[in-house]
Design a protein around this ligand. Structure first.
Ligand SMILES: [Fe+2]
Length: 550
């Protein structure tokens, strides 16, 4: 089936416009209450007549009675309400003709018996046919409701009014149910879009958003599964590019390939497509599948695909189509934001890396130091139980912790041999210089404590603020331990790199004096293999660095 022939009709809609046949059970019962046995076109035996019992009611089932009623009903199918005297007199068949309209009202016929009924040929014939004693039948048909030609006609008009009331009530009830269904759909739509809107707060987590989005949309539409396929385009967040994700189905095998084909049909036609019928992929199990294109900034970038509709109505409804369209618009808009945010983040991280490389380049002995400290600090943050997001911020703090060295003369920074007190005082200013450089950048406000306090000590003998123990911000404590490790592991202008075992011993001994005693064991448990590769890269070697091998 090609894309064009796949676009079939949109299923059943919630608001039905076809004529509906009125249920006249209530009108028949009300006729019975007036002493009138009432039949509809189906000629079912009237359920009851006020005051009548046993033999009286059995007469209503006879061919004699039913015959005159049926004949009057077919003779008088259209027009006004009429009272037709039965052959031989004594009773009238009142006919309320059927009416066709928005609500189809079936025709009604009632037998209005008069005072002379018990002496009429119809009564005699019916008693004979049913084998009922005429005296017994008279007893079971009390004379409280005896009609004349005039009152029979009035009773017929009353039945017509009851029927019109019932039709109006039915129409109103139908409109009310349609309205409540629409209201319920509108509520679900608003609720869905509200909840999707709430999960749009973080443009940095496009994958989590996409999965939550699919789950929520599936819940609101009662589809059994829902999938999303996006192309690898600059408008699409990289984490979702060229991917197929799903809620409620495994899209790793043949089913996924069928979903991808459905997605590409919608993408190619740039409008919603319903795939069903003999040409549809067998993986869809014969059910209808809806594919809705997703647009970002005027370009079709992928599709939403949904199938296995459940609930009371397995057909796709106009509500499903509208909701999928609105949701796809919402989705496209947020994914665009995510992609722009991603670009901005990439530029931001690139700038931070460039800045940290510039710092390290000032001193050839500290080449790659900031990158390594950042790497270790992120690992340590994860070991402390911080989230990925928090660990990313710790990484940025690690990259920029020594940015203040830009303000320290190179002659001091790269000096071979021992520093004078004045020179050391100059170096000790770098945390405050770094803090001053970065403090006006809103995107970096949370990492400033790491820059300012990474030379504080647990025992309070660090700088610049001599903070002690927990008063040292956590970012400062995390960076301090990683900074010390990398400094001891690297060759400096004034000494060779220390062997790994010696460095780890120093870190262990510094617990409670230089470093946070709760962080030291976590640091000692870190996997240093990537760190060693970073050292090797910085030294321009393919093998392990001397410090790591020692
Ligand atoms: Fe530093």
């Amino acid at each position: 089936m090609n894309a064009r022939s796949a676009m079939t009709e949109h299923g059943s809609f919630r608001l039905r416009t076809e004529s509906k046949r009125l249920d006249v059970g209530g009108v028949v019962a009300r006729g019975g209450g007036m002493g009138l046995p009432v039949w509809t076109g189906e000629m079912l035996t009237p359920p009851g007549v006020w005051g009548w019992s046993g033999a009286g009611l059995r007469l209503l089932e006879t061919r004699a009675v039913r015959g005159v009623v049926e004949a009057a009903l077919s003779r008088h199918a259209v027009g006004e309400v009429g009272a037709n005297e039965v052959p031989g007199g004594g009773a009238w068949v009142v006919v309320v003709p059927g009416v066709t309209g928005a609500v189809e009202m079936p025709g009604l016929a009632a037998l209005a018996i008069g005072e002379a009924f018990e002496s009429s040929p119809l009564f005699t014939a019916a008693c004979a046919e049913a084998g009922i004693d005429a005296g017994r039948a008279r007893e079971d048909m009390p004379g409280a409701c005896r009609y004349t030609a005039r009152s029979a006609l009035s009773a017929g008009r009353a039945l017509a009014l009851f029927r019109a009331d019932a039709a109006e009530l039915s129409e109103a009830s139908e409109a009310l149910s349609a309205f409540s269904a629409e209201l319920s759909d509108a509520y679900e739509t608003i609720s869905l879009l509200y909840n999707i809107g709430r999960s749009m707060h973080n443009p940095g987590r496009a994958d989590a958003f996409a999965r939550e989005f699919l789950g929520r949309l599936r819940g609101a539409t009662r589809f059994g599964w829902m999938a999303m396929s996006l192309d690898d385009l600059p408008q699409v967040p990289s984490v979702l590019a060229s991917g197929l994700i799903a809620d409620g189905a495994d899209v790793s095998g043949g089913f996924g390939r069928a979903v991808s084909i459905a997605a590409s049909r919608a993408r190619a036609s740039k409008e919603s497509v319903i795939i069903k019928g003999p040409g549809a992929p067998a993986e869809f199990g014969g059910g209808a599948v809806l594919a809705q294109p997703i647009e970002i900034a005027g370009r079709t970038v992928g599709s939403l695909v949904a199938g296995r509709k459940g609930g009371g109505d397995p057909d796709l409804s106009s509500y499903d189509l509208q909701l999928a369209e609105s949701a796809a618009r919402f989705l496209g808009s947020h994914l665009h934001t995510c992609a722009l945010f991603e670009g901005q983040q990439r530029m931001f991280v690139g700038t931070v890396h460039a800045l940290s490389a510039a710092i390290d380049a000032k001193d050839p002995y500290t080449n790659g130091h900031s990158e390594r400290v950042a790497h270790l600090a992120r690992q340590l943050a994860r070991a402390c139980g911080m989230s990925d997001e928090q660990a990313d911020r710790v990484h940025i703090a690690g990259l920029l912790h020594d940015v203040g060295k830009i303000g320290v003369p190179e002659a001091v920074l790269c000096k071979q041999g021992r520093l004078t007190d004045e020179e050391f005082a100059l170096i000790k200013r770098h945390p405050e210089i770094g803090h001053r450089i970065l403090r006006d950048i809103p995107l970096l406000s949370d990492i400033l404590p790491g820059v300012l306090h990474h030379h504080e000590r647990w025992d309070g003998r660090g700088y610049p603020a001599n903070l002690e123990a927990e008063r040292v911000p956590m970012l400062g404590r995390l960076i301090a331990i990683c900074d010390a490790f990398d400094a001891m592991s690297s060759t400096r202008s004034y000494r060779r790199a220390m062997p790994r075992g010696h460095v780890l011993g120093e870190i262990e001994r510094s617990a409670g004096t230089q470093h946070d005693p709760s962080l030291v064991p976590l640091f000692l448990g870190l996997d240093l293999s990537e760190y060693d590769r970073m050292v090797a890269r910085a030294m321009g070697q393919a093998s392990s660095p001397p410090a790591a091998a020692a």
